[in-house]
Design a protein around this ligand. Structure first.
Ligand SMILES: [Cu+2]
Length: 291
């Protein structure tokens, strides 16, 4: 009897909403906030929806298309080092196409299908945007402008694009390829997982600096040790000379003598610089041609 009660209790706990997977939600009952902005209270949102306004340069809607794009962690499994992805990474449509995107989020977190670079007179902030806090589905429609262009499509949730949720959509011939589209184009900085990575040749400068700053470890025969040696040598030579010079002097006399010596040295340096300038300028003065 006790066994039956405990099994029933466990079954009740695990069937409660806390433990059961979230139900898939079709976001069809959206509130229209105007300017193509629609949303519900369950994490569904459409921004930049355009059902009927022709972009400048389009005489008519060239084609009416529908696509279903899925988003989720499982679509990134085939891309090493990636965490999230769409199920497709490349799209192509004719200019002035009216496109309806059915966006399905297979994860239990928030994902987006976000396009940038659309004409701002028609799309607020140049954006078309679908968003679902999943699992769920949402649909939105837009009309593309007439020019050949490649648009970035991505999920703007922090790090989702960097982790792979990124695609490119070409209108007409497009305007080139975007970098690091998973499975389509190379990364700007390519990861290297090859087994024969060579040992770094030079020691990193940062490590050296840290050692010196910590005060432990050798100075590695760097510039600092050279300067130190020269300083010690000058000190060793000058000290007996100065000791002889200051012998029997009072403190004030020593200070006066030191100031006099400094003044003499400055005077000598000044003379040296003046003569150096004279030499340079006399050489540079061009000789006038003799008639
Ligand atoms: Cu996302």
């Amino acid at each position: 009897m006790r066994k039956i009660i405990s099994i029933t209790f466990l079954a009740l706990i695990f069937s409660s909403p806390v433990f059961s997977a979230k139900e898939f939600m079709d976001h069809t009952r959206l509130m229209d906030h105007g300017d193509g902005h629609l949303m519900d209270m369950d994490g569904g949102m459409v921004m930049g929806q355009n059902l009927d306004t022709l972009p400048g340069g389009c005489d008519k809607i060239a084609a009416t298309k529908e696509i279903t794009v899925r988003a989720g962690h499982k679509y990134a499994e085939k891309f090493p080092g990636r965490m999230f992805a769409f199920d497709k990474q490349e799209f192509q449509f004719e200019p002035c196409t009216k496109l309806t995107v059915h966006f399905v989020n297979d994860d239990s977190i928030r994902h987006q299908w976000m396009m940038h670079g659309l004409p701002k007179y028609l799309y607020p902030k140049g954006m078309f945007h679908l968003e679902v806090t999943g699992p769920g589905k949402i649909s939105g429609t837009l009309i593309f402008p007439p020019n050949d262009k490649t648009y970035l499509v991505h999920c703007d949730i922090s790090q989702h694009m960097e982790k792979g949720m990124k695609a490119q959509l070409k209108i007409g011939k497009g305007s080139g390829d975007l970098p690091s589209i998973p499975g389509v184009t190379a990364n700007i900085i390519q990861d290297d997982y090859s087994s024969s990575i060579p040992e770094p040749v030079a020691k990193p400068v940062v490590a050296k600096k840290t050692k010196a700053a910590n005060g432990n470890g050798k100075t590695n025969g760097s510039l600092i040790s050279g300067v130190t040696i020269v300083g010690i040598a000058i000190g060793v030579i000058l000290t007996p000379m100065l000791m002889r010079r200051f012998k029997g002097m009072s403190a004030s006399e020593v200070i006066t003598t030191i100031f006099e010596m400094i003044a003499q040295v400055i005077g000598l340096i000044g003379k040296f610089i003046t003569s150096l300038i004279n030499i340079i300028t006399s050489k540079k003065t061009p000789e006038l041609p003799k008639e």
